[in-house]
Design a protein around this ligand. Structure first.
Ligand SMILES: [Zn+2]
Length: 147
């Protein structure tokens, strides 16, 4: 999994959080489409059902909710004060499943990128720019020594 912003950027993003009506996934789809990237929706039967699939670039993008997917250090990834044991178990299961699915994707030759909802809400332009850079570098051209 590639985390696309550094700690300092994340801090700025967290401070600048504001809510928007637009769904995070739509922001990503719209932005990448405007930059000329074409994708498939719905996961194509891939592990974890990625939100966006770029078949020719062998890249998949997950748009992760911070709470369910436990965004590290994120204020939205809080632990509820009631039924705490239940939640901790649930989070642990989610984390294990995420990890397993990422591994499966990697073994299938996909590069999985995770985008966090709070980052999108804070600064979707920066996220889309970064994603575009990654996608532009991920072409069909395989390196010769890749087995
Ligand atoms: Zn977050």
């Amino acid at each position: 999994v590639t985390d696309i912003v550094d700690a300092a950027t994340r801090r700025r993003m967290m401070q600048g959080i504001r809510s928007r009506d637009t769904k995070p996934e739509l922001l990503v789809r719209r932005g990448l489409h405007a930059n000329g990237f074409r994708y498939v929706l719905g996961g194509r039967g891939l592990p974890g059902r990625p939100d966006l699939v770029f078949p020719s670039r062998e890249v998949v993008i997950f748009i992760h909710g911070c709470f369910w997917h436990r965004h590290p250090g994120c204020r939205f990834a809080y632990i509820p004060s009631t039924r705490t044991a239940f939640w901790l178990t649930k989070f642990e299961q989610n984390a294990q499943r995420d990890h397993r699915q990422q591994q499966e994707l990697r073994q299938m030759g996909w590069r999985a990128i995770s985008v966090w909802e709070c980052e999108l809400r804070a600064n979707s332009d920066a996220v889309i720019k970064k994603l575009s850079q990654i996608l532009a570098r991920s072409g069909k051209v395989r390196s010769r020594c890749r087995h």
